[in-house]
Design a protein around this ligand. Sequence first.
Ligand SMILES: *Cc1c(COP(=O)(O)O)cnc(C)c1O
Length: 385
Amino acid sequence: MRSPEDELAELEAASLRRHLRAVDSPQLAHTQVAGQSLSNFASNDYLGLANHPHIKQAFIEATELWGTGSGASRLICGSLPPHRKLELYIATSKGTEAALVFANGYATSLGALSALLRKGDTVILDKLSHASLIDGARLSGATLRVFPHNDLNKLSKILEQTFSKKSTDARVLIVTESIFSMDGDHAPLADIIALKQKFGALLLVDEAHGLGILGPTGMGLAEQLDCAKGIDLQMGTLGKAAGVAGGYIAATKPLIDLLTNKARSFIYSTAPPPSQSHAALVALQLIRSPEGSKLRQKLWNNLQTFADATQTPLPASAIIPWHVGPSAQALELSQTLQNTSALLVPAVRYPTVPRNTARLRITLTAAHSTQDIQTLAAALLHHTA
Ligand SMILES: *Cc1c(COP(=O)(O)O)cnc(C)c1O
């Protein structure tokens, strides 16, 4: 039998071993790691809401009112007012009949895909879809097809093949992200919607990295492109730009009812703390308020500062991939930036990204100062020249 030590040694040899980084301060633009203060370019807290005074206050007040735990799963006795109000607010903001909230985004992907699909159905994913979506697709037992990243010719071919032989009641679900988590680029949502309508497939779009960043009220890429009506299942997480935790699906009432009945990660799991849902509600309200617009503007100004300083195009989102290639080299660059310039910029490697496409994953937030970004740009240019 293989030993855990052997397996770890293999990972080590391939520069694929991972270690927990002990962070000793709150999630802010500057963070304390092993006694060193680092500029934090690793966080998905894009608007700096994870330490916002109003959201912290909301969390505390909801705890005073509702206690720390929900006591049971939502279907038993855990369906408390903060959860229901959050779902109502998400549905209203997304322009859907209903919404369902899960403990986190991972549980949302797993629960939703395995509930919607079964053996005989087909799920068609963009190649760069997040691990949680792939896991949910596998768990469902449906036939899994993958199209090369944003390649709609290939998607169209797969749809043609699938619909030419599918049984009448089989479901076909297209799955994509709006903003891709490791590349920061956009999906061509309008064209995907046109295809799904042409064939009569369903479409799920994960806005994990679009929420808070894009759209007039920060609801994501679908809001920005004004195409939310063409998406059957609008998914997202409340743990990134919203600065709290949780995952959601916004959809028609029958689809939400079906998930409530069949999503096992929803049914067989204690409801998240009521304070989590209340804080997430306040965070979403803030994202949609004039203050949210200001934070978005600040984030986009920061992205422009980065583009100017590195003489690169304006990034498409808060995520900037700095391509390196080999895993060992990406790790080394990340370490050099930490040692020489006090920068926290994580290397991402296989299996998070395809083999030999290791990179630094830089995330900018509204909380960074111009100076933080100038320092980052100068260090990147200096060490990758
Ligand atoms: C982070 C992420 C998730 C998971 O959300 P969590 O709330 O962190 O569990 C799902 N999908 C995508 C695209 C993500 O980036």
